[in-house]
Design a binder for this molecule. Structure first.
Ligand code: ADP
Ligand code: MG
Length: 827
C-alpha cells in the first residue's frame, strides 16, 4: 500500500542523508524529495511487476452500456494434473535474485538512473512521437552524432565535476600473486605473432599436464582465471592431441557474442577460414561445414542437437564453457551430458569455470578431478564508495572523467546493466568530453568510447579488441558480457556500478522479466579482476563496503531457478523424461516454476490433462522457438495461412527492422506509417516483408524506406530455416491470400494469455492479471483513430511504462473460442 512505499522512501532518504549529511547539496535534496513523491506511484508499479503484490483482482465481468456488444467473462480453469496445486490465484513467491528487496542497492536498482531518463528526455524532446526510441533500437552513431543546442550545452556545464562526485574509501589489495612478465598485452599483441601470443597464455605452461588428465579421465573440471586461455586454447590442444580424429570437439558458450567472437579468433590462430576447420553455430546461424572439427556454439544449440542425437555421436569431446554462469541451458545440459557420459565410454566432457567453487561441478559428476590453471594476475586496488550512489550512471560518468583527466594511461572498463544505460553513458561521456574541450579551449587527450552489448552489430563489437586510433585511451562500456566471456587486454581501471540485468520468471505475471538487481559478490570480484590482467589496476566500486558485505548475495542464483521453463519442459518431455521433478538437476528449479510452465504449456495445448506431451506439443518441440511462437506457426497450418504466419514469426525473431535516425526522425516515422496495417503490428511486419519481397529483396529499397536491410535479411534466413523444418514435418505451405483476418486469429490462438482490454486512451489492462499495459507510440494502432476493445500482445516491455510490444486487435469471440480456460462469452 502507498503509505508503506512513501515511508520506505522517506526512510531511505533519511539514511542517505545521515551517511552523506554534510555533502548533500540543496539541489540534491530537492531532487530527492521530488523523486520520493514520484516514486510512491513508481514503486507501486514496480512491486506489481515483481509480483510482490497483486494487481486488481480477477474481473469476472466487464460492465458495458452497449447491450448489443458481446460480454467477455474471465475466469481461470486449472489443468487436472496440477492436482489442486493452485497457480495464479495463489500469492506466488517469486525467486527474487536479490538478498533483501528493501536494501539500499535494491531500491536504487528499482529506481533506475535519473541521468538515463534525462538523456532520453533530451534526445526525444521536440519529437512529435515521444519515446519512440525505446523500441526503435537506436544506434551509437546516432547518439554520438546528435546535435546539441547551445543552451543545452550551457545547462550541462553546471553539472560537470562540481558536486556529488563519488567519495571513495580505500580497501585491501584484491589479488596478490603477481608474476614478473608484466608487459602490457595490448602492446604485446601488436608486436608478437599469434603463436607467440598463444605461448604467453597461462594455460600454455600446463598444456602437457592438462592433456594428461584429459587422457586419463572421462570428465574433468578445469578452473582458470578469465583470460588464461581456456576457451581459445583447450579446443586446439585437444585437436593437436588427436581428440578430433573420430568426431568433433564442441565447445558451448552461454552467450552468442562469445561463441562468434571466440570462433573467429581461433580460426585466425589456426589460419583457416571461419566455417571451415573452425566454425560456430548459434540459433538460426550455422557457420560450420563438412571440414569442421572445432565447433563453438551456444549451449542452446547443443541442447537442441540432443533431440536429434541423444548420444551426441558427432562429438568426441564437449567442453561446457563458462559453467559458473549457470545458464538455463547449461544446467539442463549437465543432466543430459551426465547420461551421455554414462552411455558412451569414448566420449569426454570438460567443464570449465572461471571461479573457484568448482567442487560442486566435480561432485555432480561423481568427484571427478579438478584441474587448476595457475593464475597470472596483478594486484587490484579496490575502492568503495563511502556512501550509496543514488544514480550510478551519473556517478560512473563522473568517475570516467576524473580518471581520464588525472590518472596515468590505461584503458577503462565500465559495467552497466543494459543497452539503454550503455548508450546513455556513452552519450553523456562524449558530452562531457566536448564540454571539457570547450572549457579548456583546446583538444583534450583523446578518449575512445566503445559500447559492447549483445545486440550491437558485430563489426562494432570487434572494435573493443582493436587498439584505439592515435593511441587514445579506450573506455569500454559493457554489460556483464565483459565479466568473463570476453577478455579485453589493457584494462587498468574498472568502474563497477554493482548492478546487472537479471532475468527472472514471475509466476504471477506468467512471464520472464529482465530487471536490474545488485550483482553477487562473486560477480563483483570477477569484475574487479578485469583490472589486473596486464598490470596493477584499480577498481572503483560505486557501492559501499557494507553493501558488498551485507546486501549482495555470495553467488548468483542459477537461471534455472528464476526463469520460465516452458522450453525446458517441452524438451525434456520429448526426451521422455516423464517426471520432471525427478530429473537430475544440479540445483532443482522451484517446483512452482515447473508447474507454472507446465500450466502454460497446457494452456497452449502442448500438454494434455495428465501432463503428457500432445501431438501438438510434439510438433512444437521441433521448432527452435518459444512455445507461443511455435504454436502460432502450427495454428497457421490449421487455419491455412502458414505462409503468412511464417513471415511474422521470422520477423519477430530478429531485432526491430525499423530504422529511425535521430536527425531524420519525422521522415522515418512517415516512412514507417506507410506500412501500417491499422489493426495489427504483426500484420504490419508481414506487410513490410512482402513489400521488400516485391522489390526483389533490394538493399537500396530498404534504405529508401528506413528499414534495416541486415535485419530483414536475417528474417529471410530465419524464414528459410523454419521452412526447412516445416518441410521435414510435411506441413504444406498454405496461404490465405489477402484475407488477413485469419492470420490475426492464428496470432490470437498463441497469445490469448496476453489479452488486454481497452481502459482509456491508449491504455489497456491485461484481462486476467489487471496489469496495466500501454500502447506504444510506435504501434500501428496508436493514434490512428482506431482503438479496438480487445488486443493481444507479443510481450510487455517494462520501461518507464508497461508498453505492449507488437499488438494485434482480436475479437472477443476468438478469445472465448481459442482460450476457453480463461474466457467465455456471456449468453
Ligand atoms: P579464458 O577462456 O580463459 O577466459 P580466452 O581463451 O577467452 O580465455 O582468451 C585468452 C586470450 O586470447 C585473451 O586474453 C585475449 O588476449 C585473447 N583473445 C580472445 N578472444 C579474442 C578476440 N576475439 N580478439 C583478440 N584477442 C582475443
Ligand atoms: Mg572463456
Amino acid at each position: 500500500d502507498e503509505m508503506t512505499f512513501k515511508k520506505r522512501e522517506a526512510d531511505m532518504a533519511k539514511r542517505l542523508s545521515r551517511r552523506d549529511g554534510s555533502k548533500m547539496s540543496l539541489a540534491q535534496s530537492q531532487k530527492m524529495s521530488q523523486l520520493s513523491a514520484d516514486n510512491a506511484q513508481w514503486e507501486d508499479r514496480q512491486l506489481l511487476r515483481s509480483g510482490a503484490v497483486r494487481g486488481t483482482e480477477l474481473q469476472t465481468e466487464f460492465e458495458d452500456e452497449d447491450e448489443n456488444r458481446v460480454i467477455l467473462l474471465v475466469h481461470d480453469t486449472k489443468p487436472p494434473f496440477l492436482d489442486g496445486r493452485v497457480v495464479y490465484t495463489k500469492q506466488a513467491e517469486p525467486v527474487m535474485p536479490v538478498k533483501d528487496a528493501t536494501s539500499d542497492m535494491a531500491i536504487i536498482a528499482r529506481k533506475g538512473s535519473a541521468l538515463v531518463r534525462e538523456v532520453r528526455e533530451k534526445q526525444s524532446s521536440n519529437k512529435s512521437r515521444q519515446r519512440f526510441w525505446e523500441l526503435a533500437g537506436s544506434k551509437l552513431g546516432d547518439i554520438l552524432g546528435v546535435e546539441k543546442s547551445a543552451e543545452q550545452i550551457d545547462a550541462d556545464k553546471e553539472h560537470v565535476g562540481e558536486e556529488g562526485e563519488v567519495d571513495f574509501k580505500e580497501h585491501a589489495k584484491f589479488s596478490s600473486h603477481m608474476k614478473q612478465k608484466g608487459e602490457a598485452a595490448s602492446e604485446f599483441s601488436k608486436t608478437k605473432s599469434l603463436t607467440e601470443q598463444r605461448q604467453y597464455l597461462p594455460i600454455f605452461s600446463v598444456r602437457e599436464e592438462l592433456l594428461q588428465v584429459v587422457r586419463e579421465n572421462q570428465v574433468v573440471v578445469v578452473v582458470g582465471e578469465t583470460g588464461s586461455g581456456k576457451t581459445t586454447q583447450m579446443t586446439q590442444y585437444l585437436h593437436e592431441d588427436g581428440h578430433s580424429t573420430y568426431g568433433m570437439i564442441g565447445c558451448t558458450q552461454p552467450r552468442r557474442v562469445a561463441a562468434m567472437s571466440v570462433a573467429k579468433r581461433v580460426s585466425e590462430e589456426m589460419e583457416c577460414e571461419l566455417g571451415d576447420k573452425v566454425g560456430y553455430a548459434i540459433r538460426f546461424e550455422d557457420v560450420t561445414g563438412p571440414n569442421t572439427i572445432i565447433k563453438y556454439m551456444t549451449d542452446g544449440v547443443l541442447l537442441r542437437e540432443t533431440l536429434r542425437e541423444p548420444d551426441l555421436d558427432q562429438y568426441n569431446v564437449v567442453i561446457m564453457d563458462e559453467a559458473h554462469e549457470r545458464s538455463l541451458n547449461t544446467d539442463v545440459l549437465f543432466g543430459i551430458l551426465k547420461q551421455v557420459v554414462a552411455r558412451r565410454r569414448d566420449f569426454k566432457l570438460i567443464v570449465t569455470s572461471a571461479t573457484l567453487n568448482a567442487q560442486k561441478f566435480s561432485n555432480f559428476f561423481g568427484s571427478v578431478p579438478v584441474f587448476r590453471i595457475p593464475g597470472r594476475t596483478f594486484p587490484v586496488n579496490i575502492l568503495y564508495s563511502k556512501s550509496p550512489c543514488e544514480d550510478y550512471v551519473d556517478a560512473a560518468v563522473k568517475q570516467v572523467m576524473s580518471i581520464h583527466i588525472s590518472c596515468p594511461p590505461g584503458d577503462i572498463l565500465i559495467f552497466m546493466t543494459g543497452q539503454d544505460e550503455i548508450e546513455c553513458t556513452c552519450f553523456a561521456i562524449s558530452e562531457r568530453m566536448e564540454q571539457l574541450e570547450a572549457n579548456a579551449r583546446k583538444a583534450a587527450a583523446p578518449l575512445s568510447i566503445l559500447p559492447i552489448y549483445s545486440q550491437l552489430p558485430s563489426d562494432l563489437q570487434a572494435k573493443i579488441f582493436q587498439k584505439a586510433e592515435g593511441g587514445a585511451r579506450k573506455c569500454i562500456v559493457a554489460t556483464n558480457i565483459a565479466e568473463t566471456s570476453l577478455t579485453v587486454d589493457g584494462i587498468l581501471y574498472v568502474i563497477d556500478t554493482g548492478y546487472g540485468k537479471i532475468k527472472f520468471y514471475n509466476p504471477r505475471m506468467g512471464m520472464d522479466a529482465l530487471q536490474v538487481f545488485p550483482v553477487s559478490r562473486a560477480a563483483a570480484d570477477q569484475r574487479a579482476g578485469r583490472a589486473g590482467r596486464t598490470g596493477p589496476g584499480t577498481c572503483y566500486r560505486l557501492f559501499t563496503e557494507s553493501a558488498y558485505q551485507n546486501e549482495m548475495l555470495p553467488n548468483p542464483v542459477p537461471e534455472i531457478q528464476r526463469t520460465n521453463l516452458g522450453n525446458v519442459v517441452l524438451l525434456l518431455k520429448s526426451l521422455n523424461v516423464e517426471n520432471l521433478l525427478d530429473f537430475d538437476f544440479m540445483d532443482p528449479p522451484p517446483q512452482e516454476n515447473i508447474l507454472n510452465s507446465m500450466y502454460q504449456l497446457w494452456v497452449l495445448g502442448a500438454l494434455d490433462n495428465v501432463g503428457r506431451l500432445t501431438s501438438l506439443g510434439r510438433k512444437m518441440v521441433e521448432f527452435p522457438l518459444d512455445p507461443p511462437l511455435a504454436k502460432m506457426l502450427l495454428s497457421g497450418d490449421e487455419l491455412h495461412c502458414v505462409n503468412e504466419v511464417l513471415t511474422i514469426v521470422s520477423m519477430l525473431s530478429v531485432p526491430s527492422v525499423f530504422f529511425r535516425p535521430k536527425d531524420r526522425a519525422e521522415e522515418s516515422d512517415a516512412a514507417r506509417e506507410k506500412f501500417f496495417v491499422p489493426e495489427s503490428d504483426h500484420l504490419t511486419l508481414l506487410n513490410v516483408y512482402l513489400r521488400w519481397k516485391e522489390n526483389q529483396y533490394r538493399g537500396d529499397w530498404c534504405n529508401d524506406h528506413f528499414l534495416h536491410v541486415k535485419g530483414l535479411r536475417k528474417a529471410r534466413e530465419v524464414r528459410s530455416q523454419l521452412l526447412d523444418i516445416l518441410k521435414m514435418q510435411k506441413i504444406p505451405l498454405s496461404t490465405c491470400g489477402s484475407d488477413w483476418d485469419v492470420v490475426r486469429k492464428a496470432i490470437c490462438s498463441a497469445y490469448f494469455h496476453n489479452a488486454a482490454r481497452l481502459k482509456g486512451v491508449g491504455e489497456y489492462v491485461n484481462c486476467r492479471t489487471g496489469m496495466p499495459c500501454h500502447l506504444h507510440p510506435s504501434s500501428s494502432l496508436y493514434g490512428l483513430g482506431y482503438t479496438p476493445d480487445y488486443v493481444v500482445y507479443h510481450e510487455l516491455v517494462l520501461t518507464a511504462k508497461e508498453y505492449m510490444q507488437c499488438v494485434t486487435a482480436v475479437e472477443p469471440q476468438w478469445l472465448a473460442e481459442l482460450g476457453p480456460m480463461f474466457f467465455s462469452i456471456k449468453d
